[in-house]
Design a protein around this ligand. Structure first.
Ligand code: HSE
Length: 454
């Protein structure tokens, strides 16, 4: 077992890299091109001893570049090698990756991973295993790309009771929405470009379905609220069914549409303050909101702490070098020993936290954007307003373009704060009206960031 003291004593830190894809090759670039800077800053010499790839014959350039490294398919031998002191799991997936992480941890070797899919489902188990073997897991790169949001929640904001976390945490979706909003690109063209740029997951359905954002929210909310929260518990809706019409109509009303990941205390006092509401969905954000300006593959996470108030963490949330930046930052933390100290002492990781108490999604209080395809004829608006009114929903604005009488026309309604369950019931009633061509489109609106503490 390699202890932190041993790591520091040897001055050379042997690194095993599992995976040489987009992020893995970024890590190689930083560790080779910035070797001297890193040595000066940390007093450590990071040496890549192993790179595990699917087909070593396709990596001859890498072999020339990393003379001291073995490029192979044999992850077991690489992890077991006594010269491997830290294992970087950058292969993705949840089966082989999990086996490799477990193997490394059982040898007492620290693991660094960007694998949000794995950690959001089996994080508690792997964290507990790491503690049993007196080692640690660094996972800064799993959320927010290069933005140091994980370290900030673990340490920087430790003095705060976190009340809410509102984030743009999927670079691919944000890139797609930005191109569609600002440049009028089609969804397909924007997705293809995100794939080409290396932001998207191997299976981009993970991005556009909102699942990737839910996985990141599960991890971030677990740290922020000191709970155990799985991504499967998060109400999730992606951008894959979003229509250009709604981006344009929202724009006319002063909003942009963002895929937001939101976790917040359910409010109230006493017992209800222990509840969380966690969700991922396309959201109308007012143009003046700081999140509205976040474009391209950038991520931004607003955190509301009781002492700090509102803080915004902004930066490149996807792509090779930003994610590699987070991996190397973890590598330094692990090698210096600070990660192990935090990991073994702080009671904020999902293995020691209680299960999250989630408020049912129907109890969400939100403002809404509603687009109906309505026949332009007498009494239609009255019927819609009646259905909303009967469910206690108050209208905030109504927007309709002129058209020929009797034609279908988009009618957009925004509401004041309303209850999700009531809104769904009203929607069923509206969709059943003979003057409406269903289905109506419902998108939630978020108000501008609030300061939770005074
Ligand atoms: N596919 C992810 C994204 C990569 O687009 O944000 C970073 O986790």
């Amino acid at each position: 077992m390699t202890t932190t003291a041993e790591l520091l004593k040897t001055r050379t830190v042997g690194v095993c890299l599992l995976g040489h894809g987009i992020v893995g090759s970024g890590v190689v670039k930083i560790l080779t091109q910035q070797r001297e800077m890193l040595r000066q800053r940390t007093g450590l010499n990071f040496q890549i001893r192993h790179v595990i790839v699917r087909d070593p014959t396709r990596h001859s350039t890498l072999a020339g570049q990393l003379r001291e490294a073995t490029i192979s398919v044999d992850a077991t031998a690489a992890i077991d090698d006594p010269q491997t002191q830290v294992v970087l799991e950058l292969m993705g997936g949840t089966t082989t990756a999990a086996d490799c992480i477990q193997r490394a941890l059982k040898l007492g070797k620290p693991v660094i991973t960007a694998n949000k899919s794995l950690l959001s489902t089996r994080g508690a188990e792997l964290f507990a295993l790491a503690k049993t073997y007196k080692t640690c897991i660094g996972f800064e790169a799993s959320c927010g790309g290069g933005v140091p949001i994980v370290q900030s929640l673990i340490k920087g904001l430790a003095a705060n009771r976190i009340d809410a976390l509102v984030g743009i945490v999927n670079g691919t979706c944000n890139f797609i929405l930005t191109q569609m909003t600002r440049l009028g690109w089609t969804y397909d063209a924007a997705l293809a470009e995100a794939q080409k740029a290396g932001f998207a997951e191997a299976d981009p359905a993970l991005d556009v379905s909102g699942r990737d954002a839910a996985q990141k929210l599960a991890l971030l909310a677990s740290l922020a609220f000191n709970v155990r929260l799985g991504d499967g518990e998060i109400s999730t809706e992606g951008i894959d069914r979003l229509q250009q019409t709604d981006i344009a109509l929202a724009g006319e009303m002063g909003y942009v549409i963002k895929l937001l990941a939101i976790a917040e205390r359910a409010g109230g006092s006493g017992d209800s303050a222990d509840y969380l509401i966690a969700r991922v969905h396309p959201t109308l954000v007012h143009k003046d909101d700081v999140l509205a300006e976040v474009g391209g593959s950038f991520n931004a996470i607003s955190v509301f702490g009781h002492a700090l108030g509102h803080a915004l963490f902004y930066g490149r949330g996807a792509g090779q070098m930003p994610t590699a930046s987070a991996v190397v930052s973890d590598l330094i933390g692990v090698a210096l020993g600070s990660t192990l100290i935090e990991f073994s002492n702080l009671r904020i990781f999902p293995d020691t936290s209680p299960a999250a108490r989630l408020l049912p999604f129907e109890q969400l209080q939100s403002r809404y954007y509603l687009r109906l395809s309505a026949k332009d004829e007498p009494g239609v608006l009255a019927q819609i307003a009646l259905a909303l009114g009967q469910h206690g929903i108050s209208l905030s604005a109504i927007h309709q373009h002129e058209t020929d009488q009797g034609q279908l026309v988009p009618v957009v309604i925004t509401t004041h704060l309303a209850n999700e369950g009531a809104m769904q019931a009203a929607l069923r009633q509206i969709n059943a009206l003979s003057s409406i061509a269903p289905p109506a489109v419902l998108i939630r609106i978020i108000d501008q960031p609030r300061e939770f503490a005074r």
